[in-house]
Design a protein around this ligand. Structure first.
Ligand SMILES: [Zn+2]
Length: 117
């Protein structure tokens, strides 16, 4: 059990930070025993990269939805623009879905280790 910092993001996600101390099982310089324990938690003021990407895409999605409802109020002449915006939204939805899956997978991956601090 070697000791590492834990970086905790504003969104609640976290990642391992710097290595801090060896445990008794591992004495080789530059090596760790493979079992990570938290030395200290370092709060990070922003969200993690994945959540930031999701946020950006959600904002973009919201803007497209707003554009569509504005065009719809103005009648049929914006049909083509609306279709295009719908395509963008479908594409964004796919990307947001993929990012969320990636985030869940990562949470499960490191969640197993954080279960025994
Ligand atoms: Zn996050």
């Amino acid at each position: 059990m070697c000791f590492f910092d834990q970086h905790r993001f504003a969104c609640g996600d976290w990642k391992w930070g710097h290595f801090r101390q060896h445990c008794a099982k591992e004495y080789r310089i530059g090596e760790t025993c493979g079992m990570k324990l938290i030395m200290q938690t370092v709060p990070v003021g922003q969200k993690c990269k994945l959540c930031e990407k999701i946020d950006t895409k959600m904002r973009r999605r919201g803007a497209e939805v707003e554009r569509i409802s504005r065009w719809q109020r103005e009648g049929v002449k914006f049909r083509a623009s609306i279709d295009k915006a719908m395509d963008i939204i479908r594409h964004l939805d796919m990307e947001i879905y993929d990012l969320s899956c990636e985030r869940n997978k990562r949470l499960q991956g490191i969640g197993a280790l954080s279960a025994h601090p």
